[in-house]
Design a protein around this ligand. Structure first.
Ligand SMILES: [Zn+2]
Ligand SMILES: [Zn+2]
Length: 372
């Protein structure tokens, strides 16, 4: 099952984002992945195309509405191609069909409504978000009733044309000056009625059943990433197509790393002697590798060091972000008598030149006291 990354996800905006927000986020990302800026990088090019495709859809209120309701299926039905082919050039394939469904265009028998989309919340650890994960979930989903194959009629019994609507599924009624068309109350839009409802589903055509599903969580997912499992939502009523299942991901907190997009941040306490003298420290990376970090002599607390490519993988892209190592200089609190003695000796040799920041600061204060 392929994971299709949500358009909102691709553009790094909320589902409720307004046009301005979507536009500026698109510009920022388009700039970053533009082929001119990444010559020869096919992954960046693919990402650029995906972003443009997402923006093409979301900038248009009608397409956005269709996407919100139908997801990627809005642009795949009848288009024939896979993976968004024939999309970029403004060829939306079966798009108008979808609009007919939404806005009730076209006449004749009413098209049965599609099953509801479902949401499933899944927690993954940062390590799983790093490596990706093949997960199995168990959910109760309404599925097509097998004995009646979704018709709602008891096997072996007949269905007949609805007399109320003459099989159209819709009835017309005068309402004030207007003639309105509404779903037939007798057959609920099916155009036919059943003699005897199926005993298993009580005529519903669907039954709730526990289901086990495989979910492919790709590497690089973040909080709020949505994975769509097409057709794994609720079964449609009376044999109508099923809805989709959306897996909403939540990333658990990690004891060592914080995350900001593809950047990982870790705070590393070092002794003040190491801060003064410099030296190497070993850190475990998110991928389990040992990272050697060289602390330069005279490093200050709060200083950030960067390990390129030791961060999170790019979702549906190539490469990794960086690891930011924030240095925290720890002042010793449990000194032995001997160590204190050594520090006193060190202090006695201080001229102030060793610490220009502190020297300058206290000189300025002195100036302030003397009113200079
Ligand atoms: Zn009817
Ligand atoms: Zn049934």
């Amino acid at each position: 099952m392929s994971a299709e990354i949500d358009y909102y996800e691709l553009l790094e905006v909320e589902r409720t984002a307004n046009d301005g927000t979507i536009k500026s986020s698109y510009r920022r990302l388009a700039m970053r992945y533009h082929p001119d800026k990444n010559p020869g990088d096919h992954e960046a090019e693919a990402k650029f195309k995906a972003i443009s495709q997402a923006y093409d859809c979301l900038k248009d209120p009608q397409k956005r509405a269709a996407y919100d309701q139908y997801g990627h299926a809005a642009f795949q039905q009848g288009a024939g191609g896979q993976g968004g082919q024939g999309f970029g050039g403004g060829d939306f394939g079966g798009f108008s069909d979808i609009f007919d469904t939404i806005f009730g265009g076209g006449g004749g028998q009413q098209q049965a409504r599609r099953g509801a989309d479902l949401r499933y919340d899944m927690e993954v650890s940062l390590d799983e978000a790093f490596h990706g994960k093949q997960a199995e979930i168990r959910i109760d989903v309404s599925q097509v009733c097998e004995p009646c194959t979704g018709t709602g009629a008891e096997p072996g019994t007949n269905r007949r044309r609805c007399t109320m609507c003459a099989g159209h599924g819709k009835v017309r009624a005068q309402q004030g000056f207007f003639m309105v068309e509404r779903t037939c109350p007798t057959c609920h839009g099916r155009g036919e009625v059943i003699e005897k409802p199926c005993r298993v589903c009580r005529g519903e055509g669907r039954v709730d059943k526990p289901q086990t599903l495989e979910v492919n969580v790709p590497p690089g997912v973040d909080n709020g990433t949505r994975i769509r499992l097409a057709g794994k939502g609720e079964a449609g009523p009376f044999g109508a197509p099923p809805g989709d299942l959306y897996i909403f991901l939540h990333i658990k907190r990690h004891t060592m790393f914080e995350r900001d997009g593809t950047t990982l941040i870790t705070r590393v306490p070092i002794t003040f002697t190491k801060a003064a003298l410099g030296g190497d420290v070993d850190l475990p990376g998110i991928d389990g590798e040992r990272l050697k970090v060289t602390i330069p002599e005279g490093i200050q607390s709060g200083k950030q060091l960067r390990k390129r490519g030791a961060g999170m993988p790019v979702l549906q892209g190539r490469g990794r972000g960086d690891l930011v190592i924030e240095i925290v200089v720890e002042t010793p609190t449990k000194l032995s008598a001997r160590q204190k003695e050594l520090l006193c000796e060190l202090q006695a040799t201080e001229t102030g030149e060793e610490c220009p920041g502190s020297k300058g600061f206290f000189e300025r204060i002195k100036g302030a006291f003397l009113g200079e």
